[in-house]
Structures are given as structure tokens and as C-alpha cells.
Design a protein. Structure first.
Length: 401
């Protein structure tokens, strides 16, 4: 692919990776209205977010190998079409069950789009430049929680909750055109393809690695904490706190700026110290939020948003640092490592977030519990670093050059 075509495809690649956070954050202000329109409960509506995450996580395990086999253009187009179908079905949803099907479709579509975007960046630039573009892709994802709720609040207030899915569908339709105009399929050929390990061999190698398991657990628990916050925030702010869509969008956006700050600070901490230090600081901020949530329980519902910003900032410090450490040993099978790590983060985080709600504690305590669980991987990392024996053994695998 020549230089001009590479850069002409970059806007399309960026939008591909944005479909997944957009599918969550843009319709958050509409959740109370959707709860009434679909005659369901807050918990059922909140599960639609976890469901999206679980299907996106599972979909990556299939989308990665298929993208390698059939090329990036086809996998991107397939993902966009599935995502578009989900948006259309959601627009016509008349029951929570119909919405669940639509969100599952959007999760599968977003999985294919996300895997394709990162794989395209890896294979179309030299290693050092590819790392830069992958960093940009990850950074842009952090901006969506800041901007999307504001847009969703405006759409919902002006045209109702369905407008959010019209917006997603419109973006998907335009994106589909861009995929065919700018992206080319590029697959390993000849000896390069034969030298690659099989998917099963790569998966076994990755799953037997201690470092990968520890840091993927960190990512999954971080995602569970994020989901707990994101799913509860609309009902607390608008149903219990009395804010309208605009006020909620502004409040959510301000907290999103702190998330963005955490994501920008983390690389500097990694450069000056190491990734584990960034993770420990992020966990410390999350625990501080958990303590505030417990102390502020029973007061004004809006005090929820005074407690969670520290944890949200910590999440962004943990997320990227843990991903880098999880994939560090696998330069020779980075695609498979990314697929498995994405699966554990999305599907695992969604399952954990759902399980946390089973005891039916109040919102403050449930969110505090999800934040506190991050102590588990932090303790395991600390033990591992002091060379204490873990309850399982897995050989370290040296990364190939």
C-alpha cells in the first residue's frame, strides 16, 4: 500500500475503533427514557451495556483470525454491516428483548471493526510508527466518554432516544463507503504465512504465560469497575438526582476529562518508573474512590459523582499499562495476544460486573466493591515482583525480536 493510500485510510481506521465506545456512551443520557419506553427496569437497561461488552469480547476471538485469513477490508466491512443492522434493530425495538438482540449484534460488529483497526495499523507501518498510531487509536478512545454523552443528551432531548441509534446507523453507513474506497486487504503471503503459528498453538502459548494472565486479570477487573460506574451513572444523575440530559452530559463529560488526564499521565509514569508503578497508583486512586463511596452512602445521590472521579482517573492509568504488560512477551503473535486480552477485558469485565450486582447491594456499595476488587491484581503483581510462589506455574516466554 503506497504512502498516500495509507494516510487516506487513517480517518476510516480511527472511526472503526470509535464504534465500540460510541455504542456505549452516546445513549447513556437516553437510558431513563428508554426504561419507560420499553416498560422495563433500570437493571434490565443496564444489562444491555454489559451484554454489548460480552459479545464484543467474544467476537474478537473470531474476528481476529478471520481478519488475518480474509483481509482487513472484508473484515471491516462485515463488522460495519453487522453494527449497522444492530442500530436499525434498536431503532425499531419495542421490548427489552429486542433491544438485547440489537446490542448483541452491535457488539459483534464492533469487535470486528476494533480488531481490524489495530491489525491494519500494525501491518501498514514500520514497527516504531505503528506503535505511535496504535497509541493514537487508544488515546482517541479515551476522548469518547467526554464528548459522546453530550451529543447523546442533545439528540435525546431534541428527537427522543431513537435518535441515538439513527446517529450510529448514519455513521456506519458513511463508514462502509469509506472502507471500500480507502482500505485494501493485506494478508501474509507465501513463507511469511507458513511461518506463523496456528491459532490454537498461539492461544495455548499465551494462556500458559503467567505475565499475560496476571495483567489480563487487571484489565478485566478494571473494565468491570468501569461498567459499574457507567451503568449506574444515568439513573443516579437523572432518576434520583433530578438532572436533565444536558446537565448529566456536562457532568459526565467533566469526569471524562479526568479520565483523559489519567490516560495522558500514565505513559509519563511508565517512562520514568515502570508500568507497574502506573498500575499501583491507579489502584490507589480507585481504592480512595471506594472509601469515599462508602462514607458518602445515604447522603445526596449526586455525591456519587464527587466520589468516583478519582477511580475513573485511576482506571485510565491501569488500562493501557496492563495491556502493554499483557502483550509484552508476544511480539511474534501479537494479533492472537490482542484478541485474547480483548476477550478477557470485554467479556470477562462484563461477566464480573454482572456478578457484582447479584448481592443486590445499594449503588454506592456495589460500585465501591467493583473499585475495591482491583486490589486483587495489585496484590498478585506485588507478590510476583517479590518472587513469591504463586498458586500456579507457567513458564515465561521470551519475546521474539
Amino acid at each position: 500500500m503506497n504512502l498516500l493510500r495509507q494516510h487516506s485510510a487513517l480517518p476510516v481506521v480511527f472511526i472503526l475503533v470509535l464504534l465500540s465506545p460510541l455504542a456505549i456512551d452516546v445513549y447513556l443520557p437516553a437510558i431513563p427514557e428508554m426504561t419507560q419506553a420499553l416498560n422495563t427496569t433500570d437493571g434490565s437497561m443496564q444489562f444491555s451495556i454489559s451484554l454489548f461488552m460480552m459479545f464484543m469480547g467474544a467476537g474478537q476471538l473470531v474476528a481476529g483470525p478471520l481478519s488475518d485469513r480474509y483481509g482487513r477490508c472484508l473484515s471491516a466491512a462485515t463488522g460495519v454491516v453487522i453494527y449497522l443492522a444492530g442500530a436499525i434493530l434498536a431503532f425499531y425495538a419495542t421490548s427489552i428483548e429486542m433491544l438485547y438482540v440489537s446490542r448483541a449484534l452491535q457488539g459483534l460488529g464492533a469487535a470486528s471493526c476494533s480488531v481490524t483497526a489495530f491489525a491494519w495499523a500494525r501491518e501498514n507501518f514500520p514497527v516504531s510508527e505503528a506503535r505511535q498510531w496504535i497509541g493514537y487509536l487508544s488515546g482517541v478512545i479515551a476522548i469518547i466518554p467526554t464528548l459522546a454523552p453530550m451529543l447523546g443528551g442533545l439528540l435525546t432531548a431534541q428527537w427522543g432516544w431513537e435518535a441515538n441509534f439513527v446517529f450510529m446507523g448514519g455513521i456506519s453507513a458513511l463508514l462502509l463507503v469509506g472502507v471500500f474506497l480507502t482500505m485494501q486487504s493485506r494478508r501474509p503471503a507465501g513463507n511469511e504465512q507458513k511461518s506463523q503459528p496456528s491459532m490454537l498453538t498461539s492461544f495455548v502459548e499465551i494462556l500458559s504465560n503467567r505475565q499475560f494472565l496476571i495483567y489480563s486479570l487487571s484489565g478485566a477487573l478494571t473494565m468491570a469497575a468501569i461498567l459499574s460506574y457507567v451503568t449506574y451513572a444515568p439513573s443516579i444523575a437523572m432518576t434520583e438526582g433530578g438532572l436533565d440530559e444536558y446537565d448529566f452530559a456536562l457532568l459526565f463529560g467533566l469526569i471524562g476529562l479526568l479520565q483523559l488526564a489519567g490516560g495522558m499521565i500514565a505513559p509519563r509514569i511508565v517512562a520514568k518508573f515502570n508500568a507497574d508503578m502506573a498500575i499501583f497508583i491507579g489502584v490507589g486512586l480507585s481504592i480512595f474512590s471506594a472509601i469515599l463511596l462508602v462514607l458518602l452512602d445515604g447522603s445526596n445521590p449526586l455525591f456519587f459523582f464527587a466520589a468516583v472521579p478519582f477511580g475513573c482517573m485511576g482506571f485510565c492509568m491501569i488500562f493501557g499499562s496492563a495491556a502493554g504488560k499483557a502483550m509484552e512477551p508476544f511480539s511474534h503473535c501479537a494479533g492472537s495476544a490482542a484478541a485474547l486480552d480483548g476477550f478477557f477485558r470485554m467479556a470477562g469485565g462484563g461477566v464480573i460486573a454482572t456478578l457484582i450486582k447479584l448481592p443486590e447491594m445499594n449503588v454506592f456499595h456495589t460500585t465501591a466493591l467493583s473499585f475495591s476488587l482491583l486490589l486483587i491484581p495489585a496484590a498478585i503483581i506485588a507478590l510476583w515482583k517479590t518472587k513469591r510462589v504463586l498458586p500456579f506455574y507457567a513458564p515465561r516466554i521470551r519475546a521474539k525480536a
